[in-house]
Write a protein that binds this ligand. Sequence first.
Ligand code: MN
Length: 422
Amino acid sequence: MEMDLMMKSWIEVGSESDFPIQNIPFGIFRTQDGGARAATRIGDVVVDLHALALDGFFDGLGLPPGIFNRDTLNPFIALGKSVTRPVRELIAEIFSEGNPELRDHPEKRARVLFPVTETEMLMPVKVGDYTDFYSSIEHATNVGIMFRDPANALFPNWKHLPVGYHGRSSSIVISGTNIHRPKGQTKTDTADLPEFGPSRQVDFELELAFITGKKSELGDSVPTAEAEDYIFGLVIFNDLSARDIQRWEYVPLGPFLAKNFGSVVSPWIVTLEALEPFRVPGPKQVPAVLPYLQSEGNHNFDVQLDVLIRPENQQEQRVCHSNYKYMYWNLAQQLAHQTVNGCNINVGDMYGSGTISGPMPDTLGSMLEIAWKGTRPVKMADGSERKYIHDNDTIIMRGYCRKEKLRIGFGEVVTKILPAKP
Ligand code: MN
């Protein structure tokens, strides 16, 4: 069922809010005197789904008892879209303008609704496995020009498969988690030997990540046509990277310690259903991809993405305005490729898009590209310059879709880079 785009809630929602009644994202929250439990958000109000369930609002949907009284969404999203979809629709119904069931019962409202300022958001899922793709052609081309050969910027495989690597899930953390500058080995081109110390080139990578809500069996492949059945929703993903550590360590097995000291996600999982009005065609793929990677219909989404840097005690300053629609490889192709060899996927797995850069200079999704390997530093309002991220800089990423009056967003991912631990 398509959600009514004109529907309004009896909870006030500003025109610039990411969370109208058409969004209904899912997250895990806690209040000062309550345990972790599942929630959704409308405007600036967090809705306690466990409290709604205790008041009987979901009776009739046959949900397992206590399904929202958990510190991860994994058990809920594992119920499948035949359950999660009606739950979303019922929530929209409860909060729609003309519905008095909760609206006119202050004692129930007090149990269910919390101002966002009185809540703390937690990791929405327990991430089992994490894959990071490399699916923006502009990003891959820019990196190839900087580090390899401008005439052959893309590796020969790039247009034939969505390149990716298996990352580490233990260090995926929720927005608001601050990350210490990592230490490690680096070696400059002119030095004979590596040195050890804090990274000098801490960077962000602007990404979206999708989360799977359905498992597949070892040995089975998920075709592109079925891939979206396995995808519950998406979050913004700041894949922090230490470029100097990366350059020295990555040969021949790929990213390792430069990429696993912290990746930070936004707290609300925005469902594919909520993103439905924002589907757009992807770039034309030339040469044609192999049959198992061909996909019908539109699997790209028009999500506007901003990256801002806020130096200590300063205003935030935008350094990037990109869009998820630029992705060369779409999420259905990524999941089809992930499973084509029989690799199984689980509920709660996370799949990063890779840095999302676009074709214009202000659409570059990493400091590596924005400052072009340090040759074009960014001027900050206080007169300082940025080639990479400084200690005590806060990185903010925001994402939202807009179509006429409808705005659906992800909220934000905020993380501060602290000095290296002594
Ligand atoms: Mn990445």
